[in-house]
Design a protein around this ligand. Sequence first.
Ligand code: PLP
Length: 439
Amino acid sequence: MTVKTSKELVENDEKYIWHALRKYNPESQPLIAAEAEGAWITDIDGNQYMDGMSGLWCVNVGYGREELAKAAYEQLKTLPYFPLSNSHVPAIKLGEKLNSWLGDDYIYFFSNSGSEANEVAFKIARQYHQQNGASSRYKFISRYRAYHGNTMGSLAATGQAERKYRYEPLSPGFIHVSPPDIYRSPYPGSEEEIGKAYADEIERVITWEMNETVAGIIMEPIITGGGVIVPPENHLQKVRDICDRHGVLLIIDEVISGFGRTGKNFGFMNFGIKPDIITMAKGITSAYQPLSVTAVRRDIYEVFKKEDEYAHFRHVNTFGGSPAACAVALKNLEILEKEQLVERSAHLGGKLAKEMSGLENHPKVGRISSKGLLMGIELVEDKISKNPAKPELLTEVMEECKSNGLIIGKNGATVAGFNNVLTLCPPLCITDDDFTFMV
Ligand code: PLP
């Protein structure tokens, strides 16, 4: 193989690679990564950047982990593939391990991506209701601004219109409610009153839709890609109570917030609730292998164990839960435990919130929200109007960070200009020096 110069690579990249989410702009070229170690990426010209976004919010244990490469290699040699219509050892071990991470009794269905894990959750929820004597329940409630994936169902659940535009119609039956945003709440009162008011909104929607048509609610514990919106403390418990009152399943999307990101094993653990279904991806392998999981409460699974021809879950994907992906996930969880990275996320998260709090006095900073090593900094035109800052300002800040060697993110929802949140989501293994550099 001939080694390509960086100029040739740039030309070939432009020629062959259809980039995700990248707008056509002949002036700008993508960062082409060559290698990475810890929290740092080196591009093909030797420039180094600290990855303040862990790739796409996923490289929780950081780059360059030989143990993970070895776990994949060893497993690929031993058993590269076997479908989970039967079973294999790494999947069984991973299921047991996930129960210990959840501290509870769930059963696990494996797929490849967060989008698929959510699709699986929707299908399981509908089939569960059908087989449980509630066949009219098919609708799902989700929140504006949330992102749940790119497939026809998970994109329908997504509450960001710009991501759906020109791909519609998507799957029917998805209804949206407000994100539980304290900073932009239309409801007056204390944080607690706001948390209850947003939950009451969900209950009103369930009632208006007829509760016997609603199958589930899907939500992230903290809206991440929609602009790091941390809900009021009491909100999720209120939602849990509403689900119980109306026979609606609570599906918690932990695709970003899982595996230590928010300073707990899973994001929902910050709010003292127990979900019915939990979806996971990204940090489960720290992105060293594609893998996702739909965790389901055991009594829901019991309804699939009838002797009727169609009672079992008739869903398969070829690669989901491949032995190497499960082996990597197991090793990844071992690293998180051994290096106490969940605790480190909580510790550094607290420190980050403190260190950044001074920025709140900046005239263009509307709010700073965070949990663990996950932070959103919402930029506004001014603090009185709270009008979202112009996209150019965010681009300028991001470019300034990049030219100083730090990659940060920009998220929110483009419609109505709410793509105005700068995001930080560094690997949980960042060193003290990395932390200081990032701050
Ligand atoms: N759910 C959440 C909260 C996400 O942030 C994402 C992706 O960013 C997904 C689901 C979809 O995951 P994937 O890109 O692996 O399909």
